[in-house]
Design a protein around this ligand. Structure first.
Ligand SMILES: [Zn+2]
Ligand SMILES: [Zn+2]
Length: 150
């Protein structure tokens, strides 16, 4: 099941005329967490196109929710998350090819995980003005002031 959800049969697309498109949607719950982030089931809106010579071009649009701790105050928060990327899949490994098609199936897990790395939040904050925790007494400075000297 886990593996199945990342696979798409592209046999029909590859024998169709060049330029032929197929659209599909998948909802996938990632089993791993990434740099302490977790995700709601993510919706993948996928458009595939036969680009000739055993190549399929894929457009992927991902949307869902991301949860994690605020980098400053450590409160658990949830935010909307999403990004888009394109990838090409080929029957034979070649330059400019992001993934392989095996037995008329492509698997987009690896290309997705690579993209995901580059789209993880660099600053994950409950709000931009979050004051964080006092380094000395640990108090949440959003809620209370403390008398520690900085
Ligand atoms: Zn915060
Ligand atoms: Zn303090």
């Amino acid at each position: 099941m886990e593996l199945e959800q990342w696979r798409i049969k592209v046999g029909d697309l590859l024998v169709g005329e060049v330029g032929k498109k197929a659209e599909l949607e998948r909802e996938i719950k990632l089993s791993e967490s990434f740099e302490s982030f977790n995700f709601s089931p993510l919706l993948f809106e996928i458009e595939l196109q036969n680009a000739d010579s055993g190549t399929v071009l894929g457009k992927f649009k991902i949307s869902g929710k991301i949860t994690g701790s605020c980098f400053r105050c450590l409160k658990d928060i949830e935010k909307n998350f999403g990004f888009e990327f394109n990838a090409s899949f080929c029957e034979q490994r070649s330059e400019g090819c992001d993934g392989l098609i095996k037995n008329a199936e492509l698997n987009f897990k690896d290309v997705f995980l690579q993209e995901l790395e580059t789209h993880l939040p660099v600053k994950f904050l409950c709000k931009n003005s979050c004051k964080g925790l006092c380094e000395m007494c640990g108090i949440d400075l959003n809620l209370k002031a403390c008398k520690c000297k900085k």
